[in-house]
Design a protein around this ligand. Structure first.
Ligand SMILES: [Zn+2]
Length: 98
């Protein structure tokens, strides 16, 4: 079980949330100018990080807000939570490597 700290509601069970994939994916400014390969890369190619990963979560059974989470993909430890539009928090070296 994952306990996710929603920035608005506090700690809630993971079943209240919907996973939104990798965070900080910028939509191309001129999608019509991209080749099919570039468009496909934007839509489908994501990093597969073993370690600290920035991901989006949606509190679908709560405040219905999107936010970002820094989670370690092996231990599932949540290292930071921050709102959309906020910069990714810098972690201490020990947190980033654990
Ligand atoms: Zn919430």
């Amino acid at each position: 079980m994952l306990l996710i700290p929603c920035p608005w509601c506090g700690d809630r069970h993971e079943t209240e949330f919907r996973y939104g994939g990798e965070a900080h994916i910028a939509r191309p400014e001129k999608p019509a100018d991209l080749s099919d390969t570039e468009w496909g890369d934007f839509l489908f190619m994501r990093t597969n990080t073993k370690g600290v990963f920035a991901e989006r979560w949606y509190h679908s059974h709560g405040c219905r807000q999107w936010f970002n989470v820094l989670r370690h993909t092996v231990s599932h430890e949540i290292l930071a939570v921050y709102k959309m539009g906020e910069k990714r928090p810098q972690l201490k070296k020990t947190e980033a490597n654990s």
